[in-house]
Design a protein around this ligand. Structure first.
Ligand code: GUN
Length: 279
């Protein structure tokens, strides 16, 4: 039987650790504060933003909410970011993605002060990760590393295969696994014979955005499988990029969807926000 990696329990533990750290800062007169900016009314984004604000409250952090209409001029958003960069009472700034069509995402993310970039998307933080300097790390891949550590799974010397090469997940995931001394391969849509490559993995991280794409033929006996995907199947049930029923009998450990990687993202965001103050 595969070990089911319990992201719900592990994320609750991290959030509790954040709550204690925030409480200590409060005793020193510091209220840890996250500014959350949403542009437009993408329904999925609204759910994420609401959950982030709720998590702040549960951890004893303050959140400031900026909801801008979809037709906000880009310069107005940049001005708001500059103002928040300057405010000493704001510790972290988060711009929910995706931005409405016509806005230059890169330009917007570049405007966030790197020391307040709790999403870890600023090129400065991405660069720091790649050369092993301290900085903010993208929350989802950072959460995957925490899941592995706290489940007693060692990374050093392991064959790690990442499927997906996005800036938010795949690329930083590969850098983090490398930092942990894994031997890392990154696969993507042009990879030839994907199952042949993924079957080499001791640790397989999947972030492709295709429901139940990874079946048993992609997985080596005894592998650890981490599923970053989240989708609704035709029966309206949540599922991941991995076909859990099909793959789990073959694994030594696996993350479920829901309750695996998902809850870790917001927990790591909370951790980044409190760390932005402690630094
Ligand atoms: N949109 C999807 N994932 C994320 C995330 O981690 N951060 C932000 N800001 N937007 C997102």
């Amino acid at each position: 039987m595969a070990q089911i990696i319990d992201g719900k329990a592990i994320s609750a533990q991290i959030r509790e650790e954040v709550r204690i750290r925030a409480e200590k800062l409060k005793e020193q007169g510091i209220t840890v504060t996250l500014a959350v900016i949403q542009v437009g009314e993408d329904p999925a984004s609204s759910v994420y933003v609401r959950n982030k604000k709720k998590a702040c409250e549960a951890c004893g952090l303050a959140s400031l909410s900026y909801e801008l209409p979809a037709d906000t001029p880009e310069e107005k958003l940049l001005e708001l970011i500059r103002e928040l960069n300057e405010r000493p009472d704001v510790n972290g700034i988060l711009v929910q993605l995706p931005l409405p069509e016509g806005m230059d995402e890169e330009k917007v993310l570049d405007e966030i002060a790197p020391e307040k970039d709790v999403d870890g998307f600023h090129p400065m933080n991405v660069g720091c990760l790649s050369i092993g300097k301290p900085g903010f790390v993208s929350c989802t891949p950072a959460g995957v590393i925490e899941l592995l550590h706290r489940s007693g799974i060692s990374i050093s010397g392991k064959e790690c295969v990442v499927v997906g090469r996005s800036n938010i997940v795949g690329k930083p995931m590969a850098m983090l696994l490398l930092r942990e001394n894994g031997t890392v391969t990154v696969c993507h849509s042009r990879t030839k014979d994907l199952p042949e490559v993924t079957r080499r993995a001791d640790i397989l991280v999947v972030a492709v955005g295709k429901p139940k794409m990874i079946t048993a033929e992609y997985v080596k006996e005894g592998a650890v499988v981490i599923d970053v995907g989240i989708h609704r199947d035709p029966d309206n049930h949540l599922c991941g990029d991995v076909d859990f029923e099909n793959v789990s009998p073959k694994c030594s450990a696996i993350t479920p969807v829901p309750g695996g990687v998902g809850p870790m993202t917001i927990a790591m965001l909370m951790k980044n926000v409190v760390e932005s103050v402690e630094r």
